[in-house]
Each structure stands twice: as C-alpha cells, then as structure tokens.
Design a protein around this ligand. Structure first.
Ligand code: ZN
Length: 411
C-alpha cells in the first residue's frame, strides 16, 4: 500500500519534530543527512528503526516532546539487557485510547459490557490500555490483572463479566478450568479480546467453542502505543489497522525491500502523529502480509493478515527455513492432538535434530500416531523430526507468553 500525500506530510512533520528535539532518532536522521521525504520513493529510502537501537536511547533518549508535555512512560519488556522506555504526551495517551475504543467497537462491544481485564498493569502497556478504551466506550472495567485463577473465576461469575481480555494462553487456561469445573452456565462471557501472541486456529476453536464466545485478535506493541492499533472484525478475515495514526509496510526480512500487497514478510510501522516518541519505519519482526481489497464487513480501514510468527522465530534446520506457523498447520490436521506443542532443536553428533512434543486428547496408539505425524512432516517440510507424544496437560501453559520453540543449539 503506497503512502498517501497526507501520510507523507505527517511523516515529514514527525521528522522535523525529531530533528528539532535533537532526540535519539533526531540525531541519527541528522547524521544521515535526512531532512524529510518528498515522495513515496524517498520514503522507502528512510532508514529503519530497531528495538536494539531503542535500548541505546535508555532512559529517556527517545523523548521528542518537551518534558512539560510528557505525562507518562511505558516500558517494553526486554528479554535481554536494558528495557526500552517510551514517553507519552497527553495527546499520545488520548490517541491510543481512541484507537482502543475503535477496537472494542469493531468487536461489537457497547457501554453495557462488563470488561474482565486480565493483562498486567504497571510499566507494560497492556492492562491500562484495555481499561482506558473500555472506559471511553462507557463499558464497566473489571481491572483484574493476571494470575489467581480462583479469584478470576469468582469475579467473572459474580460481576457477570461479558468480555474477556487476555492472552491466548491464559484464555486457554481459563477455558480448561471452566470446563473442568462445569461452570460454563454461570459465566456470562460473550466475546474475547485476545492479544499479544500468535496462536493457531485449533486453540482458537477450542477456546471459542468451550466458552461459547466469539474471539477477536487485538494487535499492538509497546513501542507503537501498545495493544489496540488493530483488531479483527466479525468476518475474522484479517486485522484492520488505523491508517490515520499509523502507516504499515511489509518488507522482506532479509533484503529489507518492500513487498507487494499479499506477500508474507516483516511488518514495519511508522507513527504519523505520535509526539512523545515518534518512530519512523520501525521493524516489528512480526510476520504478516497486507491484505489487498476491501473487507466484507465494509470497514474503510485496511487490513493485515493475522500475525504468523516472528521473523526471529524462523528456524534453520538442516538448511531448511521453518516457521512455527508451518508446524502448527501440520499439527492441526491431527484431531488426536491438543493445540499445545513444544519444539526443541539440538545439535547432536554433528547433526541438527528437532524434537516435537505434542499432547494427545484421548487414548491412541502412541507409536502409530507418532509415525503418521513424522511422515506428514517429512512430506510437507522436507525433514524428519522426532515426535514425542505426551498426555494432555503435560506441556506448559502460562499466563504470559508460552515459549514453544527452544533452540538448544544456542543455549
Ligand atoms: Zn472487516
């Protein structure tokens, strides 16, 4: 999708703000001799920004608005090293809240909803964003935060929560718990707003059918406001994003060239009106594609496909590039398996070995099932993994992001 004249002028405005503030990226742009982008061709020549660079700006190097205009900071969880600190102005907080409200409206929520918010509060953007959007909509927020499943279920019943906001793995844990206790008839949930990690269709179907609710994928990242910059609609055919606040591109993760709409690559985001910490061409490392054409729901907002994984999750095994989404596609074909899996890659006796742990949903011949799965992998991806079958419930489920790929070659 080519950048519009209006978006281009907003980008130029942000570049000016960065340079004037002499902030971390302002200095970088100045050093690179960049003062703006006159055309779409100029725009794609602008340098990318990266999370690892953002860390170098710690603590407040990204601050681009005068300090008296900064009302809050958030921080993204770095897995290694220093965190990234993102300063927000009043307008940034308000814009984010407006985007979040739009997400809720896209999901068909209204002021009579009771919104059960399980994402965490604090330095993270999660909980507070879910709550601000819910309050702007006029719904009733129930700010649970994560953990304490017992209390979650009690409050869910007593408060008559109608909307569940959570990660997919926590929604799965709650769904399993509700089923185990046989309390579905006491639960008033009608929709789930599920964010922050990639999940397969199988898991989606299980949560949706067990709880009898409709699910929506909400998208976002702390560096770019937080969750709420996009969501899927009733058609469940991709994530609508707010192109009056953000410009999305998809690039080849290796060559960094722009890809045509419809092709799978890395999502790159430019903030159009952000004041506290504008970002130009920020590499998300999320794998998706821009979906061409209008959505059947009639919304004028453009769409990306569901997030298919991380470009960093790309595994090179025996010279073959493999994405976790391809593995999920194959496992989904087996009705004997749950939606959970774990992959361990190791280097033994001079060879890469991939072990896949999967869970059975019932009593099956483990040996025969494992043989069929192995054969399917061989024919679809081109190498032979070691398939290990375990009983249901054995693989880890967590309230935060579940780590499904463990590469022991580098640990
Ligand atoms: Zn739609």
């Amino acid at each position: 999708m080519i950048i519009s004249e209006k978006q281009l002028s907003q980008v130029n405005d942000r570049i000016q703000a960065l340079i004037t503030a002499d902030s971390f990226y302002g200095k970088k742009l100045k050093e690179a001799g960049i003062s703006g982008a006159r055309s779409a061709e100029d725009f794609v020549k602008l340098p990318f920004s990266e999370k690892c660079d953002l860390r170098d700006a710690y603590p407040l190097g990204l601050m681009t608005a005068p300090e008296e205009k900064i009302v809050r900071i958030h921080s993204s969880s770095g897995t290694t090293g220093k965190p990234v600190i993102i300063p927000y102005t009043r307008k940034d907080v308000d814009d984010w809240t407006i985007m979040f409200k739009r997400c809720y409206e896209m999901a068909g929520m209204n002021s009579m909803d009771r919104v059960h918010i399980t994402p965490g509060y604090g330095l993270w953007t999660a909980g507070i964003g879910f709550q601000a959007g819910s309050e702007l909509l006029g719904a009733m927020s129930i700010p649970m935060g994560p953990g304490n499943t017992e209390k979650q279920l009690t409050m869910m019943i007593d408060m008559g929560s109608t909307i569940l906001c959570s990660t997919s793995s926590y929604a799965l844990l709650l769904a399993e718990e509700i089923q185990k206790r046989g309390i579905r008839d006491k639960i008033k949930l009608r929709k789930g707003i599920i964010g922050s990690e990639r999940w397969g269709d199988k898991m989606r179907e299980y949560i949706s059918s067990t709880l009898g609710i409709q699910l929506y994928d909400i998208y976002g990242l702390t560096e770019i406001y937080g969750p709420g910059i996009g969501i899927d609609c009733d058609e469940n055919s991709g994530i609508h994003y707010w192109d009056d606040y953000l410009y999305f591109e998809v690039v080849d993760p290796v060559t960094l060239e722009n890809l045509p709409d419809g092709e799978l690559g890395e999502l790159v985001i430019t903030t159009l009106v952000k004041e506290g910490a504008p970002l130009i061409r920020y590499r998300t490392h999320d794998l998706t594609r821009i979906l061409p054409g209008k959505c059947a729901c009639g919304s004028p907002f453009p769409r990306i496909d569901r997030i298919m994984g991380r470009t960093d999750d790309m595994m090179k095994i025996k010279g073959v590039n493999v994405f976790p989404s391809q593995i999920e596609e194959i496992l989904k074909e087996f009705s004997e398996l749950s939606s959970e899996y774990q992959i361990r890659i190791s280097h033994l006796d001079g060879r890469d070995t991939m072990r896949i742990y999967v869970e059975t949903t019932g009593h099956h011949d483990f040996e025969e099932l494992s043989r069929r799965i192995t054969e399917r992998f061989k024919s679809r991806i081109g190498f032979t993994p070691l398939v290990k079958i375990v009983e249901i419930g054995v693989l880890p489920r967590s309230e935060k992001k579940t780590r499904r790929v463990i590469d022991e070659r580098y640990e």
